[in-house]
Design a protein around this ligand. Structure first.
Ligand SMILES: Nc1ncnc2c1ncn2[C@@H]1O[C@H](COP(=O)(O)OP(=O)(O)OP(=O)(O)O)[C@@H](O)[C@H]1O
Ligand SMILES: [Mg+2]
Length: 405
């Protein structure tokens, strides 16, 4: 070899060495047996081996002996060695290489066959990259995506709930307007009529007739006051300012007194009170109990023809008071059952029977306040039975509201 040529070759080698030393990716060469012919410092550093110890070693045994799960990786299956056999480039984007200390790291690598000037295969060059950082970034991104998706789902659910509430609110508003139109127009018309009769026929009317008009005005005002009171009660329940005030109550005596009140006296067929014992002593809120029973009985009377029977039965089971109000009235259509306890909802078969649709909504809220539940069974034109179950004492063990139906 002439001197200048040898010098040129030396310079070229040095240049190659410098390039190999400078690149951040791991680069190593293999001979046809798969042994290391050269390796750059970046590759040696990544697998934690001294460069000098690696040259001549089987690289598969050094860094590619096992799969990620630790199971052996046979050399025949290795894509790096495939390049030595089939003479084509093999690229793997997800695999692991092993360090000297037995730990592994994720890699992406390319195994490129090397050929001499005659095209004869003389080995392969492998370049690889530690992709731990990329994996980590991918994981973070994936997590961020999942978090985002979760947040979107939560927001969507919140929006759906808010939408549903808005829809319910708007339905309730329109039911409220319908009720006000119906329930206030009639008494107001009656009052207007009575007032104009009183004015027009003032001198012709007897005292009894005048008293009749005045009591009609009074009754209509009372009816409207009752409606406003009910609306206020609903408002107070919703604002959660209603307190339960439990006192000792004999429910049997309480019901007897209730049935003697004018509102619940039926001339045709008096309401029957059925109870196996003379008294049932409880600790209940009298106000709430009065409203529950009063509304259920008023409904039974209102939605039952004069000839139909109505019974109020009481019994206790363990420490639960079971109240049943049973009638032989018009019944409740199946499609109304779902909305029965919602404010201002009225059944489809009420036609011109007056009502605001507030009573049962108050009943339900009061039963809940007392930790009980309410259940209805009904058949059109056969009758309806409301069953209320209330814990008799303020003992949380007896709270049965979870099973409200
Ligand atoms: N015993 C019953 N028989 C048949 N239908 C009933 C009975 N009780 C309730 N309903 C139906 O349930 C609806 C709601 O009852 P709720 O007591 O809440 O209101 P209302 O009776 O219409 O008016 P109010 O607020 O004056 O009581 C009634 O309009 C009626 O359609
Ligand atoms: Mg009612």
């Amino acid at each position: 070899m002439s001197k200048p040529f040898a010098q040129e070759l030396k310079q070229l080698r040095r240049q190659h060495q410098l390039i190999l030393n400078a690149v951040g990716e791991g680069v190593y060469g293999l001979d046809l047996d798969g042994n290391v012919t050269f390796i750059n410092p970046a590759a040696a550093k990544m697998i934690d081996w001294p460069v000098t110890e690696l040259v001549g070693k089987s690289m598969h045994t050094v860094l590619h002996h096992s799969h990620v799960d630790g199971s052996p990786y046979p050399r025949e299956d290795c894509p790096i060695y495939a390049a030595l056999k089939d003479g084509s480039t093999h690229r793997v984007i997800s695999d692991v290489f092993w360090r000297k200390d037995g730990t592994s790291f994720p890699v992406e690598y390319i195994s490129t066959p090397m050929k001499d000037e005659d095209g004869t295969l003389i080995g392969a060059v492998v370049t690889f990259q530690d992709i731990s950082q990329r994996r980590w970034a991918e994981k973070i991104l994936e997590q961020a995506n999942e978090d985002l998706e979760q947040k979107i789902q939560e927001r969507t659910q919140k929006l759906q709930r808010a939408n549903q509430q808005l829809r319910e609110l708007s339905e309730m508003r329109s039911r409220f307007i319908t009720m006000v139109c119906h329930e206030f127009r009639n008494p107001l018309n009656n009052i207007t009529l009575s007032v104009s009769s009183l004015k027009r026929y003032d001198t012709h009317l007897s005292l009894a007739e005048k008293a009749g008009y005045l009591s009609s005005i009074n009754a209509n005002v009372e009816r409207m006051t009752q409606i406003i009171d009910d609306i206020l009660v609903i408002g107070r329940i919703e604002a959660k300012v209603l307190e339960v005030n439990r006192t000792k109550v004999d429910v049997v005596a309480f019901c007897r007194r209730l049935l003697e009140e004018g509102e619940f006296i039926r001339q045709s067929d008096p309401i029957k009170l059925i109870c196996p014992s003379h008294s049932i002593i409880t600790e209940l809120d009298e106000r709430l109990l009065y409203s529950i029973l009063g509304n259920l009985l008023a409904n039974a009377i209102r939605y039952t023809h004069a000839s139909g029977a109505i019974t109020l039965s009481l019994r206790k089971w363990k420490q639960i008071l079971i109240i049943k109000v049973q009638d032989e009235g018009i019944g409740i259509a199946l499609k109304d059952r779902k909305y029965l306890f919602e404010p201002f909802h009225r059944g489809c078969n009420t036609s011109n029977i007056p009502g605001t649709g507030l009573g049962l909504s108050i009943v339900k809220q009061f039963v809940d306040l007392l930790g009980g539940n309410i259940h209805v069974s009904s058949r059109i034109n056969k009758g309806t039975t409301f069953t209320v179950r209330l814990p008799m004492f303020n003992n949380s063990k007896n709270n049965i509201s979870a099973s409200t139906s």
